[in-house]
Design a protein around this ligand. Structure first.
Ligand code: SAH
Length: 336
């Protein structure tokens, strides 16, 4: 519940506004019972305990990377489903990567999260709890959030917007919008809706191919919104928000990693100030696609840079702990 909603419910009970603030603050710190809210009287705690529940995620698994300290959690939701959250340590701060749905219905050919389809959307409170509980479990401060875990955040638009409000609240987790990135496979109408909300978050678009032929092979969503429509939506997003979009591009051997693909990217994005985040595909055993070689990636980057496109190559944090999208939940499902 947002602070104003708690205040509304409390006022119906005849409780003053500052009580709502106190409770919201405790929830932001991750307490899971009213009993722990030590600045409320014992009577009040018991009363609230009888009227409200504080749902919370429980840890099913935790893996810590020996390579880079990345931690990955499998959380159980109140209905028994599970999602993954990753805690990453960077020089510039700690980032939590959260899931937005149980499974995904977007069907990308390289992704482990979508194999069993979508089970359900996550609620705003479940996403918030991913952030809070992961920070507490990792024993470290959360500086930023990326919505790049399981699920398509713009396919769960209302809950994600509500989550953003909750996590951004200064009395709660207090994560600034500029420290939040949202990644989408390219739902054009939802991108326009998000633009109109004028948030200061960073929008990442999973491009993965510069042309319809290649992109449709990798991402079924491209049949609905082709590359032209997607680029146009990105342009509108920039015009409305003034925020540059970053494009994600997973390098798949012999599929999207040729000089021809680099040249098409240059033609589209060269000189626009757009930024490409390259990553070598994380191999997912069910999927059959292979990562491009280091050498191919190197040549691809050089060609893009020579063509005036800025590129960063993302390190694959936590590759020793299956830290890529959906792999831990898949492992759990296989065992079941
Ligand atoms: N649904 C959203 C966010 C979740 S996926 C989206 O599509 O953007 C987060 C990122 O991981 C996306 O760019 C996605 O394309 C990428 N991804 C998924 N599986 C991958 C894999 N096996 N290797 C590399 N990147 C992958």
């Amino acid at each position: 519940m947002l602070p104003a909603e708690i205040a509304g419910a409390f006022s119906d009970l005849g409780l003053p506004g500052y009580r709502a603030k106190q409770v919201f603050r405790w929830l932001g710190r991750g307490v899971t019972s009213f009993e722990e809210m030590s600045d409320l009287s014992k009577d009040l705690r018991q009363k609230l305990d009888g009227l409200f529940t504080i749902p919370s995620l429980t840890m099913l698994r935790r893996q810590v990377s020996a390579q880079d300290g990345t931690e990955k959690f499998l959380w159980q939701l109140p209905d028994g489903e599970s999602v993954e959250t990753v805690f990453m340590r960077y020089k510039h701060g700690n980032t939590v990567c959260i899931s937005s749905q149980v499974g995904c219905r977007m069907g990308c050919a390289f992704c482990a999260s979508t194999i069993g389809g979508k089970v359900r959307d996550l609620t705003a409170s479940e996403m918030l709890d991913e952030v809070i509980r992961t920070g507490l479990a990792a024993g470290d401060k959360v500086d930023g959030i990326v919505l790049m875990g399981i699920g398509e955040p713009l396919d769960n638009y209302d809950n994600v917007m509500r989550f953003l409000k909750l996590v951004n609240d200064p009395e709660g987790a207090n994560i600034g919008m500029r420290h939040i990135s949202l990644s989408t496979c390219g739902l054009v109408e939802a991108i326009d809706k998000l633009a109109a909300a004028r948030l200061q978050l960073t929008l990442s678009v999973s491009l993965h191919a510069p042309d319809d032929e290649t992109r449709s092979k990798l991402m079924p969503i491209n049949e609905r919104y082709g590359v032209d429509a997607l680029y146009a939506a990105c342009r509108r997003y920039f015009d409305v928000t003034g925020r540059r979009i970053s494009f994600e591009y997973a390098m798949v051997k012999d599929v999207n990693d040729t000089p021809r693909h680099a040249d098409m990217l240059i033609k589209r994005l060269g000189g626009t100030g757009s930024h490409i985040n390259l990553i070598r595909l994380n191999y997912v055993s069910e999927r059959g696609l292979r990562p491009s070689s280091e050498q191919t990636v190197h040549r691809f980057v050089k060609r893009l840079e020579d063509g005036g496109v800025t590129v960063t190559v993302r390190r694959r944090l936590g590759s020793d702990i299956d830290a890529a999208c959906g792999q831990l939940r898949r492992g759990q499902m296989r065992k079941k």
